[in-house]
Design a protein around this ligand. Structure first.
Ligand code: 6A9
Length: 781
């Protein structure tokens, strides 16, 4: 695709896959493992969506009509504007069971998902969905609220035609809604079982654009309403539809069981037996069983019943439930910005990454229903305790996204459904930008757990073969950072890619660090040293060293990693590069002045229309110095436990943490000290403070884990660390639990003044780490 008439077109390096065997080709991910994860609730962006882990799947999903202010609204894709007062998985085991509760005005909808591999099932087995719709009768004011309207659809992304079931025309005689056939699972059938009074209508469509399905349904309903003044689908279909939507209506309350059976069409397929076990009273008891299994496993993993009240336990279950229930499967190609000097024949300003699959947890179903690299490391800190194979499967998918330079795109926007949720300016991924290599956090814990014999022999072997194959990729990842993000001074690093030309930002952002607007040097330069990145590098190289140690073979590398780890954890060098003795705090270094502010300037628009804009004013020449912003970044050496337990600097760190005028609040630690000149400052007119004050759970978790560590090892500050640990833990739990019970959700961040949930709601990403805090589960201890 490059313009070069004399040569064969070459694939640019940036879109060339890393040349090594893929992790997902390991035997451990094939066979039974793969099949057992085939179907799942892998469409996190819709309220209930099912698909298989295959690029072009048969997908299923739910819509319903909500009533607000006397009008109907179609619910389908999770969005805040629907104003559901609650939704999310109260329980989900990541494999074959989940239960969700959704509250939409006076409607309460419960959705349960169950999967089973029955005698005669096709590949991946069968599944069932129970829908249970209720309402607070007292609030019914008119007739429209007495009937509930649910819509359940199946759509074949592969374009295979679906047929209407023979019972569609008299659903009380039988239960068959739809049939079809696919290469992966053979014949399949979709059935509906429920009360006599259910009324069923349908409509069939044909389109490859499944992400526009809400519009198709709305148009169909609107046309019927206009023509016949009735609220029902048209009961018609195009020929060879690849989408069938079924409307199920009845007087509230009602229940409906939907069963999907595969491998049909062969004599031995025992459809009747499988159907009856997946519906009615049999389904009820299967769901009950799965629920108690979940509860038992939950207690076994996180052991919190003895430690905390039942209100907290509910939140803990929702945390792991939503984390697992939010796992998605995506397929598509990232758009990558052009490296300098690349010219394309066409006029695109981007390159397409190779088509790739990604099985991953997501930070937030309504806002960010896709993969984010550094978020994922935190997600896995939780997930591996629940199911280490799910964890490895996710890690494997991410590591396979590495290009030949050792780079992994930060935000994964794969496929049309994912793309439809992202504003244009966020789509392109920049191959010059990194994102913290947090996957090492979980890898290091896994290695530790192997050494401590915490796994079964099989698990241990699988993790080892995973690590063995992952090693070259992890090395390349480390080298990518080590070469592209290194600083001028030996063993210093900085996040490259900060904007040096902007005149609008109070402090140019550092998106690649993950801490977005967390203040750094006022004037980005090559001279910079970023403390957080230096500590991430230590984490990476230290993990590499431990992995190399597991496998005798790579002894030469082992030495090198060992010495780099020693260098990066050297207390003296760390202090020389980053410690401010006057402040008693660790800081970034760079070209900096504190004397910057945003002020309004008159500008001319066109000829004579004056307008105002907010621009940055610099009132003093910046100079090379330590950058006096204390906050999360200052605590990275503490998080990495570099500080010796008997050092007075540890005492100083505890001062910063426990001081109310600096980082301490009753709800957790602030991201930026109250004393910082940029505390709670807007970055531009439209850019409110994000990492400049509010409380974030991922960093609080890491700080708490370090406090726990320092409260366990001997030293003069052991007891002090313990006291602070207990208080911080209590504050974090109390606040998240209170917010959850008040609002129905976990939040992206929490306000540092009142503790109120902020930003995206139903953000079960790293906020779910509160569960590890509840159970006091800190990996390497
Ligand atoms: C915006 C808007 C419908 C910002 O959790 C994901 C990331 C973190 O990795 C990062 O550390 N969040 C944190 O500072 C959210 C980023 C969202 C960017 C895309 C699209 C869509 O709104």
């Amino acid at each position: 695709r490059l313009v070069n008439p004399d040569q064969e077109p070459e694939t640019p390096r940036v879109i060339t896959p890393f040349p090594a065997p893929k992790l997902m080709d390991l035997p451990m991910f094939q066979g039974e493992h793969k099949e057992s994860l085939y179907w799942g609730t892998y469409r996190p962006h819709v309220y209930l969506g099912i698909r298989a882990r295959t690029p072009r799947s048969l997908v299923a999903g739910l819509m319903w009509l909500g009533v607000k202010d006397g009008r109907y609204h179609l619910r389908h894709v999770c969005q805040d504007s629907d104003e559901l007062s609650k939704y999310g998985w109260s329980r989900h085991n990541g494999h074959d069971f989940g239960h969700q509760l959704l509250v939409d005005q006076d409607l309460t909808l419960e959705t349960s998902f169950l999967k089973s591999k029955g005698d005669g099932s096709g590949y991946g087995g069968d599944w069932a969905v129970r829908l249970d719709l209720q309402s607070e009768e007292s609030r019914w004011t008119n007739d429209m609220q007495r009937t509930g309207y649910l819509f359940f659809y199946v759509a074949d992304e592969d374009g295979n035609a679906l047929s209407l079931g023979r019972d569609m025309f008299d659903i009380h005689e039988g239960s068959l809604l739809a049939i079809g056939s696919r290469a992966d699972i053979g014949g399949w059938q979709l059935h509906l079982k429920g009360m006599e009074s259910l009324e069923v209508h349908y409509s069939g469509f044909r389109t490859p654009h499944i992400h526009n399905l809400s519009d198709l349904v709305l148009e169909n309903l609107a046309a019927q309403a206009a023509m016949f003044n009735r609220l029902q689908l048209s009961d018609t279909s195009v020929s060879s539809p690849n989408i069938l939507v079924f409307q199920i209506s009845a007087r509230i309350p009602f229940k409906a069981d939907i069963a999907f059976v595969s491998g049909t069409g062969v004599k031995t397929s025992r459809v009747e037996e499988r159907l009856s076990s997946l519906t009615g009273t049999s389904l009820t008891s299967l769901l009950k069983e799965k629920q108690s299994e979940f509860d038992a496993k939950f207690e076994n993993c996180f052991k919190m019943a003895a430690k905390l009240d039942s209100e907290s336990v509910v939140v803990g279950k929702a945390a792991i439930g939503n984390m697992l229930g939010g796992i998605g499967y995506f397929y598509g190609q990232s758009k990558v910005s052009l490296p300098k000097n690349t010219k394309l024949k066409n006029h695109d300003n981007f390159l397409l990454y190779w088509p790739a699959e990604l099985y991953t947890a997501v930070p937030s179903r309504p806002f960010f229903p896709r993969g984010f690299l550094w978020d994922e490391g935190f997600h896995q800190l939780l997930i591996w305790h629940w199911d280490v194979r799910i964890c490895l499967d996710i890690l494997g998918h991410w590591l396979d996204l590495m290009n030949t330079d050792g780079w992994i795109p930060r935000e994964q926007i794969l496929g049309a459904e994912a793309l439809s949720k992202v504003p244009e300016e966020f789509v392109l991924q920049h191959p010059t930008n990194g994102n913290p290599p947090t996957l090492f956090l979980v890898l290091r814990e896994l290695i530790y757990a192997i050494k401590k014999n915490k796994f079964t022999a099989t698990e241990s072997n699988e993790i080892s073969s995973f690590l063995e194959r992952a090693l070259v990729r992890l090395e390349a990842w480390f080298q990518w950072f080590n070469t592209t993000q290194s600083g001028k001074e030996r063993s210093s690093y900085f996040w490259h890619g900060r904007d040096t030309t902007t005149i609008r930002e109070l402090n140019p952002k550092t998106l690649s660090s993950g801490l977005d607007d967390y203040p750094r040097a006022s004037h980005p330069s090559e001279e910079e040293r970023h403390l957080d990145l230096r500590c991430w590098m230590l984490l990476a190289v230290d993990s590499l060293h431990s992995i190399a140690e597991l496998f005798e073979s790579s002894s030469e590398h082992k030495k090198e990693y060992g010495s780099t780890a020693t260098l990066l954890s050297d207390f003296k060098i760390l202090n020389q590069l980053h410690f401010d003795f006057a402040y008693g705090a660790y800081l970034d270094f760079g070209n900096h002045t504190e004397k910057v502010r945003l002020s309004w300037k008159e500008i001319k628009v066109g000829n004579n229309y004056p307008a105002r804009e907010l621009v940055r004013e610099v009132l003093e020449k910046p100079e090379l110095r330590l950058v006096p912003h204390v906050g999360y970044v200052s605590l990275f050496p503490f998080m990495e436990k570099i500080i010796p337990p008997d050092s007075w600097i540890l005492d100083k760190q505890l001062d910063l943490i426990s001081n109310r005028s600096i980082l301490w609040t009753d709800y957790g630690l602030r991201s930026l000290a109250k004393t910082s000149s940029l505390y709670m400052k807007h970055n531009t007119e439209h850019d409110p403070p994000y990492w400049r004050g509010p409380i974030w759970m991922n960093m609080n978790y890491r700080i708490l884990a370090a406090l726990y560590y320092y409260s366990q090892v001997n030293g003069p500050y052991r007891e002090r660390a313990e006291v602070i640990y207990d208080k911080l833990r209590g504050n974090l739990i109390r606040n998240v639990v209170r917010n959850y019970h008040q609002t129905g959700f976990l939040w992206e961040q929490y306000d540092q003044k009142k503790g109120k949930g902020k930003g995206a709601r139903l953000f079960t990403g790293w906020t779910a780490l509160v569960l590890l805090i509840m159970g006091e589960v800190y990996g390497e201890t």
